[in-house]
Ligand binder design. Structure first.
Ligand code: PRX
Length: 648
């Protein structure tokens, strides 16, 4: 275990909102009396009707119900825009940096107000009102922020679908929440390459019943030629020219849904995670302020895509609720040069920088020079999210990117949690490379064994959370039973994260990765079942089993064992065909890295695939396969080992 401890720097402590004593005092208070703690901190956002109720939550067993501030009335767009106009109307809210370094935009809070109102009016004119679902399939352009906030303004519920998902995946997500309106762009632009977003929307809609989608709004990004249905489709600029830039805010109850976000789980199709308005915004803004030690005037940059929860909470809602300047980047870390991240940091004098370990690992490969040739003097805090950061990558981030000046906040959380749950605070927490360290205020982590027994002190087991926090998801869209089953049934009475972790003698948490059938590829979550069902849909495939394996840059890679239909011959060409098949079916992030053709899969006598064995072989650790005596046909294992794809 890496035992290095990086103490809190004088600088970080001097400027921080929270030092160690305050962390201890607040944390203790938040656990002793959550009701009083959140009654106070709920006031950080504006309420049209103040709440009297604070915490009404139960994790079962039996009923699971989560409500925060339920009799309060508010609006997220008001909190992210309108309430700032008087004091900081002319301050930049969003810095947009294009894929091409010659393109950038600065949007003030006043301009943001006008843009969001316009977009809201365009939506309203097409019948969108409180509670309606709107699907957003946009690249990283300011209109993505306008669209999300326009929905919030109207009390409509946005469902952002990552631009890398295929037409099929998009279709499932449009249908899953029954949205009648889709906002997209002609094409996206990433690393100089075009992404055919509108064509994907057309293909998605073709797969749906005829009356599914009434309107498609198309933002012009590249100006590329796209097909436009004269009744259904409209260019955003044309529609926006018809409306004013004033639109009243819809008052919504705290528990009114703000957005849905589809995410992968260990079984079945992706589920619509529901986040509501009041508690989510309180939690996103509070974590943004304290975890990044955000101060007025800071330039803050989170490199995530708005298609993921990190983009929702920490590009948009958290920073804007705090009146921050948030940077939105359209491109990729390596275009046009491998120094791009650091050039953007210098260009916009970024103070707080938040990215994923996979990006750090991919840049490490090119050495220090592309980083060192930039200044990065403005940087003060560095953040990491999405997957465990290995100590080597942590040290490189700390030493090379941050010049050993900047604390690294390794933030552990999930789509379901709405905001960061376990994390250092820059001015309070001594850091250990590779550890997400300690819980945020109000968060009660517990480590349990497989019998739901709580483990004490230094230990390793399953990471659960024992009580609710305001940013927690409330339900699965349209399927509350699935919510209860997925998160509260494995360890009754607790929220189960699906992650394993170790806690050391100092009470620090070390996330070890998923313990369920979810893999984390470059910080993106993928259910093995989804990739399997895509593979078996191929006419030549009879059976498939998918597991993760360690990958130097992506963290985990996708390893697929495929059994072919009788009479089909394995070949490299077929391997390529299957990779392309999954890519087209789900999206590039689901492409298998390795495919092994297997005449048979290891199964128990009752026919259950023994994934433990498949995982071990994929990890190239087949000498420790454990007990194989329960297998129906032990010989298949020898063949799997002999033909494994990852020999080192
Ligand atoms: O396994 C954990 C990993 O990412 C999962 C959540 O994925 P998603 O819902 O897509 O959200 C990603 C961004 C919040 C978790 O179950 N994970 C996330 N952050 C960390 C992490 N693993 C280790 N360390 C982290 N800091």
């Amino acid at each position: 275990m890496n035992q290095r401890v990086v103490d809190v720097s004088q600088d970080a402590r001097a400027r921080a909102h929270i030092d160690e004593a305050k962390y201890q005092a607040w944390y203790e208070a938040s656990i002793r009396d959550p009701e009083a703690f959140w009654r106070e901190h709920g006031k950080r956002i504006d309420w049209f009707t103040p709440y009297a109720k604070v915490k009404e939550t139960t994790f079962g067993p039996g009923d699971v119900s989560i409500k925060w501030f339920s009799d309060g009335v508010t609006n997220a767009a008001h909190n992210c825009i309108d309430r700032h106009l008087a004091a900081r109307g002319n301050q930049v809210a969003i810095i947009w940096e294009g894929d091409d370094p010659s393109e950038s935009r600065h949007i003030t809070y006043r301009e943001l107000h006008a843009e969001v109102c316009r977009m809201a009016n365009v939506l309203r004119n097409r019948g969108v009102s409180k509670g309606d679902r709107v699907t957003i399939y946009l690249p990283m352009i300011p209109e993505a922020a306008f669209a999300m906030l326009a929905c919030a303004r109207l009390g409509a519920i946005h469902s952002v679908v990552f631009g890398g998902f295929s037409p099929d995946s998009l279709a499932g997500r449009i249908q899953g929440c029954d949205s009648k309106l889709v906002i997209t762009a002609d094409e996206g632009l990433r690393g100089g390459r075009k992404v055919p977003l509108k064509a994907n929307v057309d293909a998605a809609i073709q797969r749906l019943p005829a009356d599914s989608v009434d309107h498609v709004i198309v933002v012009r990004r590249t100006g590329g030629a796209v097909e436009m249905d004269p009744v259904r489709d409209v260019y955003y600029d044309a529609a926006a020219a018809q409306v004013t830039d004033e639109c009243p805010v819809t008052h919504v109850e705290a528990e009114h849904p703000l957005f849905l976000l589809y995410t992968s789980g260990s079984t079945g199709q992706p589920k619509g995670v529901v986040h509501t308005t009041g508690g989510y915004l309180v939690y996103a803004s509070m974590t943004h302020q304290y975890v990044f030690d955000y101060h007025e005037g800071d330039i803050y940059w989170c490199t995530a895509d708005v298609g993921w929860v990190t983009g929702h909470s920490y590009i948009l809602y958290g920073p804007l609720a705090n009146g921050a300047t948030t940077l939105m980047f359209e491109g990729i870390p390596t275009y046009p040069s491998i120094s791009r991240f650091w050039e953007v940091v210098d260009k916009h004098k970024v103070n707080i920088f938040y990215t994923a370990p996979t990006a750090i690992r991919s840049l490490m490969g090119a050495g220090e020079e592309p980083v060192k040739k930039t200044s990065r003097k403005s940087l003060r805090v560095l953040g990491s999210v999405g997957e465990p950061i290995n100590p080597e990558a942590w040290e490189w981030y700390y030493r090379v990117v941050g010049d050993q000046r900047c604390p690294i906040v390794d933030t552990w959380w999930q789509t379901e949690t709405g905001g960061i749950l376990i994390t250092p605070l820059p001015g309070a927490t001594p850091l250990k490379p590779g550890s997400a360290t300690r819980p945020f205020f109000g968060v009660k982590p517990v480590v349990v064994d497989s019998d739901n027994k709580v483990l004490d002190g230094a230990c390793e087991g399953n990471l659960c959370i024992d009580d609710s926090w305001p940013g927690q998801m409330r339900t699965v869209w349209g399927d509350h039973e699935r919510f209860v089953q997925t998160y509260f049934s494995t360890f009754p009475g607790r929220y189960f994260s699906g992650d394993g972790c170790r806690r050391d003698a100092d009470g620090y948490y070390w996330i070890t990765g998923r313990v369920d059938d979810v893999i984390n590829v470059s910080g993106h979550r993928m259910g093995t079942a989804e990739v399997e069902s895509s593979l078996v849909a191929h006419p030549k495939v009879s059976e498939a089993a998918v597991v993760g394996y360690p990958h130097d840059i992506k963290g985990q890679g996708i390893y697929a064992y495929v059994t072919l239909m009788q009479g089909e011959e394995p070949s490299d060409a077929l391997r390529k065909e299957l990779v392309a098949w999954v890519r087209k079916d789900i999206g590039p992030i689901a492409s298998p890295d390795l495919i092994q053709f297997a005449p048979g899969l290891p199964k128990t006598r009752s026919g259950k695939i023994m994934r433990r064995i498949l995982r071990k072989i994929a990890e190239d650790e087949f000498s420790s396969l454990g007990d194989t005596s329960t297998l129906a046909e032990p010989a298949v294992v020898d063949d799997l080992i002999e033909n494994r794809q990852n020999r080192t």
